[in-house]
Design a protein around this ligand. Structure first.
Ligand code: ADP
Ligand code: F6P
Length: 474
């Protein structure tokens, strides 16, 4: 057990990533950059509003960094050695759980030393959270990298209210069964009072698994799991969202409007701009999307003097084999398509492997006539919601994979199965050529959805439910 610090934080987020990454340039200059991915996009506004502490890794190996204040909350860096980055982060988190949880679209690897490292690092995160949380504090643990933290933390600090939210899909029973450490992973989550998932299917998968593979005898009734000691853990869906007003205001600002005009001009003022925005990840369906767009150009259905695909991809997990392969494949595919279609002046596909500041993202969203979001599997996909938020005037069209969590909410998008190339090509053309009334009707329904369901509401909903569960069963 760890003693509760009397001056500890009343609210603590624990995530593998901090909101900012520490980078050191070759001349030794230290910089802090916004971390990649949806988790940070979603939780940063929550922390700015609530304050408290954010416990996480600062993105660089073999460095111990002191706590510091950032945007109204305390940042608490957890160190990882180079070996732990390799085994816990790149290995067990991103080469075992990540592919398996995404329908095994890449082959998950199982290594016992990765699992050892995962346990060790989870214990370190739990220990750090126990040291910074005030008496009776709420601690909100995030995502698949930290499955074991809720139970470890409860052992250290039984006074805490503990929530867990999984940002990625929770897999069907048949896939989860394969994991040699399935009992321990399930048991880890059961330490939380409330376990949140993106969609109801994830919560149902978890409850089914709890019934069969919990490390102890449990009773499952509805969304409640009663454990041996009488404690109750509840599993439910809480679809995550974005800071909708923040994105809309950004897109409507004079600076972003000017940037958008410039961007359109830089692209050669095409009639139709298709846009893709992703972390460079094999779950995002980039190969399929680019192939479909390439065929539309090659078949003359899209004219490269009038249409362009702007694809930006944030570098991600660059030392993991599957990600290296993906990067090479996309470079090759884009190069081949651009060498085969179009005139000499302009490329059919403008591809940038880079991260951009938020105002540039908003400018890109604003000029896109068709947003193309085609993951093979995705917990939610915030890019789809950001695009809608940036189109206050109801222009634009969203092409969205059926396999993104967002498809359950954004039903008026142009839905596609990314494995069906012909179907995807037809829908891409439909989205680009439908009349303004149809497109407006669809976009206005989408806009209503993201205006009503914001990140504030999501956080409030989760934390209110956590309070209720802890009060009723704690
Ligand atoms: P994931 O969490 O798997 O990365 P999401 O779509 O939920 O997927 O979230 C991605 C987040 O990263 C969004 O907030 C998006 O704006 C941001 N993002 C994606 N690509 C880029 C990029 N090239 N530059 C800057 N931000 C990006
Ligand atoms: O939301 C999924 C997620 O994996 C987050 O947990 C993570 O922070 C983000 O995407 C980006 O990935 P990474 O932290 O591995 O760069």
């Amino acid at each position: 057990m760890t003693a509760a610090p009397t001056d500890g934080a009343p609210f603590v987020v624990v995530a593998n990533r901090l909101p900012v990454d520490r980078t050191v340039s070759p001349d030794g200059t230290i910089d802090w950059r916004t971390s990649p991915g949806g988790l940070v996009t979603a939780l940063e506004p929550v922390m700015r509003a609530k304050g408290g502490a954010w416990v996480g890794w600062h993105g660089a190996p073999d460095e111990t960094v002191e706590e510091f204040e950032h945007d109204g909350f305390t940042v608490v860096p957890v160190p990882l050695s180079a070996q732990e980055v390799n085994e816990y982060y790149e290995g067990f988190s991103n080469a075992t759980l990540w592919p398996l949880y995404h329908d095994s679209v890449a082959f998950p690897e199982f290594h016992r030393e990765w699992w050892d490292s995962y346990q060790l690092v989870n214990q370190r995160f739990a220990q750090r959270a126990a040291e910074v949380a005030g008496p009776g504090a709420t601690v909100w643990v995030q995502d698949y990298q930290l499955h074991l933290v809720p139970t470890m933390l409860r052992e250290l600090r039984p006074d805490l209210k503990i929530g867990f939210f999984l940002h990625i899909p929770f897999p069907p029973v048949e896939l989860f069964h394969q994991i040699p450490w399935r009992r321990q992973l399930l048991g880890g989550l059961m330490g939380a009072d409330l376990v949140g998932f993106q969609v109801p299917g994830g919560a149902q998968n978890f409850l089914r698994l709890a019934r069969r593979h919990a490390p102890e005898k449990v009773t499952v009734k509805g969304s409640e799991i009663t454990l041996g000691d009488g404690r109750v853990a509840v599993a439910k869906a809480f679809p995550i969202s974005i800071d909708t007003d923040g994105f809309r205001e950004l897109a409507e600002s004079d600076e972003v409007k000017a940037e958008a005009r410039q961007l359109r001009e830089d692209l050669g003022n095409p009639k139709v701009i298709f846009l893709g925005v992703d972390r460079l990840d094999y779950t995002k369906g980039l190969r399929q999307r680019i192939r479909a767009m390439g065929e539309l150009f090659a078949e003359g259905k899209l004219d490269p003097s009038e249409a362009v695909l702007l694809q930006v991809a944030t570098p991600s997990r660059e030392r993991v084999e599957e990600y290296k392969r993906l990067r090479d494949d996309i470079d090759l595919l884009v190069g081949r398509i651009n060498s085969e279609v179009g005139g000499v002046g302009r490329s059919a596909i403008v591809y940038r492997h880079a991260s951009f500041p938020r105002h540039t993202m908003a400018a890109m969203y604003s000029i896109a006539d068709v947003m193309v979001v085609t993951p093979l599997r995705d917990g939610m996909n915030l890019v789809a919601k950001e695009y809608v938020a940036c189109h206050g005037s109801d222009d634009g069209a969203l092409v969205l994979s059926e396999f993104a969590g967002a498809a359950l909410e954004l039903k008026q998008a142009y839905l596609v199965n990314p494995y069906d190339l012909n179907g995807m090509k037809e829908t891409l053309m439909q989205a680009a050529t439908d009349g303004p009334r149809v497109r407006r009707r669809r976009m206005s329904a989408l806009r209503r959805q993201v205006t009503e369901h914001t990140i504030d509401r999501w956080a409030q909903n989760f934390l209110d439910t956590l309070d209720e569960v802890a009060r009723a069963h704690g």
